[in-house]
Design a protein around this ligand. Structure first.
Ligand code: FAD
Ligand code: UDP
Length: 391
């Protein structure tokens, strides 16, 4: 092989960065990493905006995991700021004004919504039916034979789920993959955190610094602003890079339909439009994220300073509003969320079967695997893939 590299990694997000580091360090491989964007970090990338506020360019990212291996691994590249994410739903109330309901809907939300007395009766019913500290999905709760639990489920469905899900997916909760709404269950607890994982927080100096450290390793060559598909060719089971046969391992973390020129048609995704706004004050809202579950066109507002703990001399803060819509593949659009259903999974499997005809090609990551993975799951999968490759 004439290439000076043993492995090619495409994409410098969590999947590509962990893989590149492991192959180079643990496997002693020479790794070429190609990234289309002009920066590393994939969708977890963060940077300072023009007011000096640390923002997440591609949507708010909070690290949380129950996987000790992943936590220990990422801790090699960053210290952590302790941050426990809390979310509230901003709900208009009859007669004017608004109320803030903890999300996931929990026993505190129950009191905010129904008052302490009625909440106590409902709480007892719920705990008798499901057990204390249990997480129950909204779809399960709606199926309850108990009339007062079913009525409560309707309240939660109406006030927390149905409009938000319509905005996010263009479909109702019962029409989308049940695992998606299960991410935000009804929680029979007074724990108002969004996640209950034992390890959660934010990288002390941000995600980009974490990724830069991870990729700073002998054996890794990073080329930014390069679309790998302009240099890579897959044909008849053979892979060429820059016109020459490449027989080393290729780890691809981009969209798989794009890799094969949309040969079987496009895989459907949702994309997001982000609107950033800066305000000359210390804080805009009380919580890191406020969900708009009843009105407004956007799904949620995140205020980065709550997440990052950044302190600035000037009273300035930046928020981000998220608007979801169908991904059409227009230039500049980013496929953020795979739309998981039977038909789309079947289409994905055809692409995966085509990929399998190239034994040295590995599909890894949220796009390449067409799944709804959090960062920690991607890091775990990258480590497992490298365990396998380096056996
Ligand atoms: P990506 O981060 O998408 O990286 C893929 C990289 O490949 C990109 O940089 C892309 O430019 C590059 N690429 C693609 N094609 C090519 C090509 N042809 N040539 C060169 N480069 C290419 N997870 C959490 O754990 N906590 C959160 O709070 C959280 N919040 C999220 C919020 C939003 C709005 C979204 C969309 C996701 C969130 N996630 C969160 C999930 C998280 O973003 C993913 O799990 C993680 O980024 C996946 O890493 P990846 O490497 O698979 O993909
Ligand atoms: N969801 C909802 N209302 C909320 C929060 C979440 O209906 O206030 C539903 C919605 O369908 C959403 C899903 O639960 O897409 C998962 O929410 P999560 O916050 O995990 O989404 P992400 O942060 O991945 O966009």
């Amino acid at each position: 092989m004439n290439h000076p590299y043993d492995c090619l990694v495409i994409g410098a997000g969590m999947a590509g960065a962990v893989t590149a580091r492991e192959l180079a360090q643990r496997g002693n491989k020479r790794v070429l990493l190609l990234e289309r964007r002009t920066h590393v970090g994939g969708n977890a990338y963060d940077c300072l905006d023009e007011r000096g506020v640390l923002i997440h360019q591609y949507g708010p990212h909070i690290f949380h995991t129950s996987d000790k291996r992943v936590y220990d691994y990422l801790s090699r590249y960053t210290a952590w700021r302790d941050y426990q994410h809390k979310v509230v739903a901003n709900i208009p109330v009859e007669g004017g004004g608004r109320t803030l309901l903890p999300v996931p809907f929990n026993l505190v939300s129950l009191e905010v919504a129904f008052g302490v007395k009625q909440a106590a009766t409902l709480e007892k019913k719920l705990i008798d039916a499901y057990g204390a500290e249990r997480k129950v999905t909204i779809l399960e709760l709606r199926a309850s034979p108990d009339r007062s639990i079913a009525a409560l489920a309707e309240y939660v469905y109406e006030h927390v789920f149905v409009r938000y899900t319509m905005k996010q997916w263009g479909q109702k909760p019962e029409e989308i993959d049940p695992n998606t709404t299960a991410r935000v269950p009804v929680f029979l607890s007074r724990d108002c955190r969004y996640f209950q994982d034992p390890w959660q927080g934010m990288p002390q100096e941000g995600y980009t610094a974490l990724f830069e450290r991870m990729l700073d390793c002998p054996g890794i060559t990073v080329e930014l602003g390069v679309d790998a598909l302009s240099r890579l060719r897959l044909d008849g089971g053979k892979i060429t890079l820059d016109g020459e046969a490449f027989t080393g391992t290729v780890i691809y973390t981009g969209a798989v339909d794009e890799l094969f020129g949309f040969a079987y048609g496009r895989l459907p995704y949702r994309t997001l439009d982000f609107r950033f706004e800066s305000y000359d004050r210390q804080f805009f809202q009380t919580h890191g994220t406020v969900n708009y579950t009843m009105d407004e066109d956007y799904t949620r507002i995140t205020e980065f300073k709550h997440l990052t703990g950044q302190r600035l001399r000037e009273p300035v803060t930046t928020i981000m509003k998220e608007y979801s819509r169908a991904y059409t593949g227009q230039p500049g659009e980013i496929p953020y969320y795979a739309i998981i259903n039977e038909a789309n999974n079947a289409l994905y499997r055809r692409y995966a079967a085509l990929a399998a005809t190239y034994p040295s090609l590995k599909l890894l990551g949220r796009l390449a695997e067409y799944k709804y993975y959090n960062m920690d799951a991607i890091a775990a999968r990258a480590l497992a893939l490298c365990d396998d490759l380096l056996k």
